[in-house]
Design a protein around this ligand. Structure first.
Ligand SMILES: Cc1cc2nc3c(=O)[nH]c(=O)nc-3n(C[C@H](O)[C@H](O)[C@H](O)COP(=O)(O)O)c2cc1C
Length: 298
């Protein structure tokens, strides 16, 4: 069987070049441990722990259950400065191996992460922000394409991944619309070194999403996804059925609560057909990847 790793996945100590991407409210410590044990990189936003004490307890729980790499997402401008400082100090104390930074300038976090031997992957939707993050010394750029779950970009993954690849020296992580091993093979062919999957893991057994949310992702097609800035002031993709008729943009911190009732998912719902454990999802992705590569015309 052909090798299924990349320089970046080997550097991060992963068996497969796949990330179970961080999702506000619904990612949790159980997903991180299940992902780590399945050979991929699990992640959650630090803010999914309501308090700093809760975040410490989560990190203790994870460290007690796996010695494999995992990641924490630090949402820079969406986090109160005091909480961010506390989260960063805990990431240092627990030597979190991979820091996923989004929504802001990662410069200071790069220094802190590198200080404990960690790596930083920074989330962008365009080349300008990618170049700034690369200049700040990040270890990889996560290119979030059109159709992704959460705050998605506007550029098709077919264009975004090779565009970032051509213009940057740092490794590229492909995010958006990847739900199968076949799509992972395509992303690696386009120049990505890791694949960042969010929507695919919503209907995982370990995910904290309510059962109705998981089933809606299984049942939905890409036509059921709406791209709008009316929920949080920033364009993101949502399941149409959960959008109220009279929604208006709300940029207050309380506005974030809307993500609890208005459910986000990306175009990748097209290829998701059942609820499964993370272990089963990873096995399927690996099988599909090898089948895809073996089935290409010679
Ligand atoms: C419900 C949901 C919540 C998300 N919350 C976050 C977040 O808090 N921080 C972040 O950096 N990305 C967040 N994302 C984006 C994912 O980390 C990832 O980039 C995206 O899901 C990849 O696209 P895909 O859903 O098509 O796989 C979220 C995505 C979803 C679906």
């Amino acid at each position: 069987m052909s090798d299924f790793s990349t320089p970046l996945s080997r550097r991060l100590g992963l068996r497969y070049p796949i990330v179970c991407a961080p999702m506000f409210i619904i990612s949790n410590k159980e997903m991180i441990v299940a992902a780590a044990e399945a050979g991929i990189l699990g992640a959650m936003p630090s803010l999914n722990a309501r308090t700093l004490e809760g975040f410490r307890a989560d990190l203790e729980w994870i460290r007690a259950r796996t010695d494999k790499p995992f990641a924490i997402n630090l949402t820079i401008r969406l986090t109160e400065p005091e909480r961010l400082a506390g989260d960063v100090a805990l990431c240092e104390e627990f030597e979190v191996p991979v820091w996923l930074t989004s929504y802001g300038d990662p410069t200071q976090l790069v220094e802190r992460a590198h200080g404990i031997g960690g790596a930083v992957l920074h989330d962008v939707t365009n080349l300008k922000h990618a170049q700034k993050a690369a200049a700040a010394g990040v270890d990889g750029i996560i290119g979030v394409a059109a159709g992704a779950g959460g705050h998605a970009g506007r550029i098709s993954p077919y264009a975004l991944i090779p565009y970032l690849r051509q213009n940057l020296e740092v490794p590229i992580v492909a995010a958006g619309c990847i739900s199968t091993g076949r799509q992972i093979a395509a992303s690696l062919a386009l120049g990505a070194e890791l694949c960042y999957l969010g929507t695919r893991f919503i209907p995982s057994a370990e995910c904290g999403a309510p059962p109705a949310y998981k089933q809606m992702v299984v049942d939905a097609g890409p036509e059921d996804i709406v791209y709008t800035d009316k929920v949080s002031g920033v364009h993101a993709n949502f399941l149409r059925e959960t959008l109220p008729e009279d929604w208006t943009a709300d940029r207050t911190p309380e506005g974030a609560k809307r993500w609890k009732d208005i459910w986000s998912a990306g175009h990748g719902v097209a290829e998701i057909h059942e609820q499964q454990s993370i272990e089963a999802i990873v096995e399927q992705l690996v099988r599909e990847y090898h089948d895809a590569v073996a089935g290409l015309p010679r």
